[in-house]
Design a protein around this ligand. Structure first.
Ligand SMILES: Cc1cc2nc3c(=O)[nH]c(=O)nc-3n(C[C@H](O)[C@H](O)[C@H](O)COP(=O)(O)OP(=O)(O)OC[C@H]3O[C@@H](n4cnc5c(N)ncnc54)[C@H](O)[C@@H]3O)c2cc1C
Length: 376
């Protein structure tokens, strides 16, 4: 079976890597002359993601953490996650995946695809036309080819900015920080990696993202500055047209709260590969795997929507509400029990903890408008 992959970002490379392991004949097209460039991603992922990607992620590992310290509306919550968190070298990861894909497949760098049909035909900018049994579209957030096959998508996006500065953190080792001020329309991060810190912010207001990242960097020497558009869902409801499937940022396969794309795409591709191995037809297997990740991401999207698609007043109210919940015991309840990728489990944790539920109930009743938005 011949598989054509459009896009040599994480999602395209990861899909190509798995399809090659299954013995398919894979050709991958990347418009740039190298993979990983321009860099944009911070590369913070769960340990589950590292395991899911396998050897390439272990090779690209830069640091590991037990959890994160969240500062929300003056409340500080030190949260150990159910499994560890890792920082990957993102350019390195794509280079390693490319090396793996090159072993058995055919990566074509500097090759831009300009047209795709639902029947699985690609036309390159050079004029060359090729047909495949299946095309995997992993072209990133712009989604121009996806639109050609009638799969329209208009997710909420923010701008994310990373600044790398020298220094080590004054807080406890093994943790990174997440905060909201000074990016009230998004969030900030401070991630220690050896003798440097990756500080950054994302916001639906691009100027705020730049301002917040600069504020965190202070007057420290800027070693690297990079970033790009981050997707907050919803995921594309249907991600296949004929013989063409869409994955990655192009389909909004991202954790909507943080915009993280590596975990959901790893889950999607691994589940897809597993179903093919169990004997399902490749397209049927995709539909099944996609609908499973879609429903999980859609639950997370409801929480993200209550934040990113709200008015400034509603956003402040949501942050206060979550801050008060953390203060009243949510932080302790979550400690060690919630996964880095499981934002949809947040309210489940409250409902399963009778003591916390008792303390949180009056607050939840006062904020019933927010709860309704997240649940319905
Ligand atoms: C600031 C920032 C921080 C982030 N931090 C994290 C994080 O900590 N953890 C996490 O999990 N995720 C994070 N993300 C999200 C993550 O980076 C993305 O979800 C992921 O990189 C998406 O990969 P992709 O392969 O779908 O798309 P892309 O990485 O955009 O790759 C698409 C590729 O397709 C190529 N292409 C496009 N059109 C064509 C064409 N017509 N022909 C040939 N090639 C084409 C492009 O050149 C590109 O290489 C972050 C994103 C940003 C912007």
């Amino acid at each position: 079976m011949r598989v054509g992959v459009v896009g040599g970002g994480f999602s395209g490379l990861m899909a190509a890597y798995r399809m090659l392991e299954l013995g398919f004949d894979v050709e991958l097209f990347e418009e740039h002359g190298r993979v990983g460039y321009p860099p944009h991603c911070t590369g913070v992922v769960s340990q589950e993601t590292v395991e899911g990607i396998g050897r390439p992620a272990k090779e690209a590992l830069e640091a590991s953490y037990e959890g994160l310290i969240i500062t929300l509306d003056q409340v500080k919550c030190k949260l150990r996650t159910r499994e560890g968190i890792a920082k990957l070298n993102r350019v390195g990861l794509e280079e390693i995946l490319l090396r793996e894909v090159s072993r058995r497949g055919t990566p074509r760098l500097g090759a831009r695809v300009k047209r795709v049909t639902p029947q699985g035909s690609l036309e390159l900018a050079s004029g060359e036309k090729i047909s495949y049994d299946i095309v995997i579209l992993a072209e990133g957030v712009h989604g121009k080819l996806r639109a050609q096959i009638g799969l329209l998508h208009n997710p909420t996006t923010s701008l994310g900015v990373n600044i790398e500065i020298p220094g080590s953190p004054p807080w406890e080792k093994g943790y990174f920080k997440v905060g909201f001020a000074p990016a009230m329309n998004g969030y900030t991060w401070e991630v220690p990696v050896g003798d440097r810190l990756v500080v950054g912010a994302l916001s639906i207001d691009p100027r705020e993202a730049v301002r917040a990242a600069k504020k965190l960097a202070g007057d420290k020497k800027r070693l690297r500055v990079y970033g790009g558009r981050v997707i907050h869902g919803p995921p594309l409801p249907r991600a296949r047209r004929g013989r063409v499937v869409v994955i990655g940022d192009a389909a909004g396969v991202n954790k909507p709260v943080t915009g993280g794309g590596l975990w959901p795409n790893t889950v999607l591709v691994n589940m897809w590969a597993g179903l093919i191995e169990s004997g399902l037809d490749i397209l049927e297997a995709f539909d099944k795997a996609y609908s499973s990740i879609y429903s999980r991401l859609y639950k997370q999207y409801k929480l993200a929507r209550a934040f990113y698609e709200a008015s400034a007043r509603e956003r402040t109210k949501l942050l206060r509400f979550l801050g008060s919940l953390l203060e009243r015991g949510l932080c302790d309840s979550l400690n060690g029990r919630i996964g880095y990728d499981s934002h949809e489990e947040l309210f489940g944790v409250i409902l399963r903890d009778p003591r916390l539920l008792l303390k949180a109930a009056p607050l939840m009743l006062r904020n019933i408008d927010i709860i309704k938005k997240i649940i319905l």
